[in-house]
Every structure is written in structure tokens, then in C-alpha cells.
Design a binder for this molecule. Structure first.
Ligand code: SD4
Length: 324
């Protein structure tokens, strides 16, 4: 049974899913447009503080962005990593796809490229990101990402302790409610869209890992890791501990699993299982869809993973959930 057009998206980022759905369904837009516009909504809304500006400050307090967009019809990819001072990471990635023969641009040079393409240079720091960074320094928490560094036993917070919720805005607190995911706040948007002609596209956008070592790039902008689409099979997108997950190319593994006959759910489960054999504690999740619109998801290392889907038989965007 064919259920197209389709959007599937990580977490409960329903505004993004709704935007992508409206591009496909109301505007009869392309899958690429749906992914770009859908993910852009999360960048503007700073979804969960983990997408877009003002979140996940690095050790120096700077927010940098990773994003990718992949066209399943042509197998073309555009991506940016450690993008500085430009807010619209996935749109810059789209420009890399449309206007260059490269796949990935990084750091300050990605910023220069964005400026050439007409994007605005802006400060990505906000009161919220300053607060997260200040809190981290104040409590003399150890850096999260150094090996062989013992946490200071006198520090009142360890590396993975969440920031003091009581001091946060109501909106922030609501966004965290019921969430039992990584306290490091790993909530990338990863989206797959298929238009009614069966053209598939995928994309990701994130501000990465909080307190990361400056220059760190996660899994999200890496094709096969953060997302992967294949016009003959389907697509998958990942979220979670990027440093670990990118060692296993889980989006590619999921798509290849589907190619060999697994359901989207089983294929995603297999991809995460392989990671778990090496890193039993890792936290991550995958959404997947076949090219005909059969969807599934899997997660590892926490309780349950919400994701959202839109297709013609669902009444608008529906949030689904899979147990880890
Ligand atoms: C990263 N994978 O940079 C991203 C963060 C993330 O859900 O997925 N959050 O590691």
C-alpha cells in the first residue's frame, strides 16, 4: 500500500512536520523544499534548545550549527558543519547542494560561503546560551567530552547533571516535561519527506552537543550518519549521541536493512543494536520510512521516543511513540 506524500520527523517537533506537510500537500512542493522549510521552522523556534541559535554552547560559550540535506533522486548532498554566526543552517546546506559540487563546508569558511549566498551574519548567542555556559563554569563541572579527566568531587554538579530547571522560563520547563532523554540535550531534528511522485529527501539540523570541545562536529551533517535516503529503498534519520553514532553510520545501515527486506522498524532497531554492542549506554533514536511510505522508528538508552508522521490517511500530523 502506498501512503504518499509523507513526512516523518524525530521528536515531537510537530510545527516542523506540519510545515513540511503543508509544502508537500497544499503547495504540491518538492520533497527537498519540504525538508528545508520544515527543518527551518525548528531552527527559528530553537526546538528544545537543541536546534538553531542560542543552544548547546561549546566550551567557549559559542553556538555552532550542523545541518545536511540530501536529495534521494539525484543522490546529491549539501551540508555545513560547525557553521558560525549564521542561523539558517539547513538553508545554507541547501545552497551547498544547489550551487556547488561539494558535499560539506565547515566552520568560518562555511560562514563565508553563506554570506556570499546572501545570508545574514548574526550572533548565535542568547541569554539562554550564556546562562547554560555560565552555570557550567560556575559549578566547575568538568568538560563533558575529555577522556581521562576525573570529575571534580567537590563540584556540585557532575558532567551530565541538567541545569537548574527552577531557574528556567516556563516555556523551557514545559519543553522538557516528560522528557527522559539525554540531559545533555541531544534533540536533533531529522526529517524524511517523500512527495506524491515518490521523490525522497532527508535532512537534519542541530546545534550539536552542549559544552562540546570547540570545532566538534556531530553525526547530523554526515550523510549515512545523520540521515540517508535512497530513491529505490527509502530513508532514515538519526538523533542522539552523535560522537558515538557517527562511528556506525546508522542511517545508512537502516536503509540497507530495508533494502534487504527488513521493515523500517526492524531495520532501525538493527542499526541501533549494532551500536549497543559496543556502547551499551549510548542514547539514540532513528526514524525510517520505506519509499512507499511505510514508517517505523527505534530508540536505545532511554524510555521512549516520540516522533511525528504526516500522510494522507492520518488526520494531520500525528505524534507516535516507540519504546526503547
Ligand atoms: C549531535 N546527534 O550533534 C547530534 C545531537 C542530537 O538529538 O542528535 N541530538 O550529536
Amino acid at each position: 500500500k502506498i501512503l504518499l506524500p509523507l513526512v516523518i520527523n524525530t521528536w515531537s517537533f510537530v510545527n516542523s512536520t506540519a510545515k513540511a506537510w503543508s509544502v508537500l500537500y497544499n503547495d504540491k512542493g518538492s520533497a527537498l523544499d519540504a525538508v528545508e522549510k520544515g527543518c527551518s521552522v525548528c531552527e527559528e523556534l530553537q526546538c528544545d534548545g537543541s536546534v538553531g541559535f542560542g543552544g548547546s554552547p561549546d566550551e567557549n560559550g559559542e553556538t555552532t550549527l550542523d545541518a545536511m540535506i540530501m536529495d534521494g533522486t539525484t543522490h546529491d548532498v549539501g551540508a555545513v558543519a560547525a557553521l558560525r554566526r549564521v542561523k539558517s543552517a539547513i538553508s545554507v546546506a541547501r545552497m551547498v547542494l544547489e550551487h556547488t559540487t561539494h558535499t560539506l563546508l565547515v566552520g568560518d569558511q562555511a560562514t563565508e560561503f553563506a554570506l556570499q549566498m546572501g545570508f545574514k551574519e548574526e550572533n548565535l548567542t542568547t541569554a539562554n546560551s550564556v546562562e547554560i555556559h555560565e552555570h557550567w563554569k560556575e559549578k566547575s563541572c568538568q568538560p563533558n567530552y575529555w577522556k581521562n579527566v576525573q570529575p571534580d568531587p567537590t563540584a556540585s554538579c557532575g558532567p551530565y547533571t541538567p541545569i537548574d530547571v527552577s531557574k528556567k522560563s516556563k516555556k523551557w520547563a514545559t519543553a522538557q516535561e516528560g522528557k527522559n532523554f539525554n540531559t545533555r540535550n541531544h534533540d536533533t531534528i531529522g526529517m524524511i519527506a517523500i512527495d506524491s511522485q515518490g521523490h525522497i529527501a532527508g535532512g537534519t539540523s542541530t546545534n550539536g552537543a552542549t559544552h562540546k570541545i570547540p570545532g566538534r562536529v556531530g553525526d547530523s551533517p554526515i550523510p549515512g550518519s545523520g540521515a540517508y535516503v535512497d530513491r529505490h529503498v527509502g530513508g532514515a534519520a538519526a538523533t542522539g549521541d552523535g560522537d558515538v553514532m557517527m562511528r556506525f553510520m546508522p542511517a545508512l545501515v537502516t536503509v540497507e536493512g530495508m533494502r534487504s527486506g527488513l521493515s523500517p522498524h526492524k531495520a532501525a532497531e538493527l542499526a541501533l543494536f549494532q551500536i549497543g554492542m559496543y556502547y551499551p549506554e549510548f542514547m539514540g533514536a532513528i526514524v525510517a520510512t520505506s519509499i512507499t511510505g511505510e514508517v517505523g522508528a527505534a530508540c536505545h538508552g532511554f524510555d521512549k521516543f516520540p516522533y511525528s508522521v504526516a500522510n494522507p490517511t492520518l488526520q494531520g500530523v500525528t505524534v507516535m511513540e516507540v519504546l526503547c
